[in-house]
Write a protein that binds this ligand. Structure first.
Ligand code: SF4
Length: 220
């Protein structure tokens, strides 16, 4: 795909993402653990439902330690009766228990004192936190200009013609970041959370529901 065509796709994606989520420039960053919990829910449901789930949990439990010692079914009951709630609750309780085991605490506020590389390494010590989720926390909580690249984001970007292949490598992450302006990383990332995982499926992508269908080389 030509450079001009790639630019056009990146601009179209940015326009759609900023239209839906805003530029998110003056938002108050969430504490790192709250963002990490939100990231868990991003992977099982939409950005909108994930945000609502985080707020429900904050209302229903005294703190994250109370969630840690609760049964996942009790946590899921606060969220929804849909299947994603149980999956999200199980992942959340597992994460909090592991965090307590590894760092002996149920917050990640100390990450703000570290360099971005140190913070990423610290997050990746948790077995449930791959690089793209660690980068999500860096971007959305610690305001580090990094664009996460999950397997789903790499797949969708490749199909859109933005990446030469569909692997979530560091090289592809850098290439993807270069395609967008730094200040669009947050909405672009939320776009991938909502559409790459849920529509641009590995086997049978749901192209008829994709907002970028008209500019997708794979669909054509
Ligand atoms: S049109 Fe289909 S293949 Fe292309 S990005 Fe959208 S879901 Fe993926």
């Amino acid at each position: 795909m030509s450079q001009t065509r790639r630019k056009k796709v990146a601009v179209g994606l940015t326009e759609y993402a900023t239209g839906k989520y805003g530029w998110l420039k003056n938002r108050k960053p969430r504490p790192p653990l709250n963002q990490l919990i939100l990231s868990i829910f991003y992977h099982v449901t939409s950005v909108r439902r994930a945000t609502r789930a985080l707020n429900e949990l904050k209302r229903a439990f005294v703190d994250w330690n109370e969630v840690r010692v609760s049964h996942p079914a009790e946590v899921a009951g606060v969220l929804s009766s849909a299947p994603w709630a149980m999956e999200g609750a199980e992942r959340l309780v597992w994460l909090l228990r592991e965090l307590y085991e590894v760092h002996n605490r149920t917050n990640l506020d100390f990450l703000a004192e570290l360099t971005p590389a140190q913070a990423r390494t610290c997050l990746k010590r948790l077995s449930t936190v791959p690089r793209d989720v660690a980068d999500e926390v860096l971007l959305l909580s610690l305001d580090v200009p990094v664009l996460p690249c999950s397997a789903a984001a790499a797949r969708m970007s490749h199909r859109l013609g933005l990446l030469p292949d569909d692997r979530a490598t560091v090289k592809n992450q850098r290439a993807l970041a270069k395609a967008f302006e730094d200040d669009a990383y947050a909405p672009v990332h939320l776009f991938f959370c909502d559409y790459a995982d849920k529509l641009c499926l590995p086997e049978e992508p749901l192209c008829e529901r994709c907002p970028l269908g008209r500019m997708c080389v794979t669909r054509r």
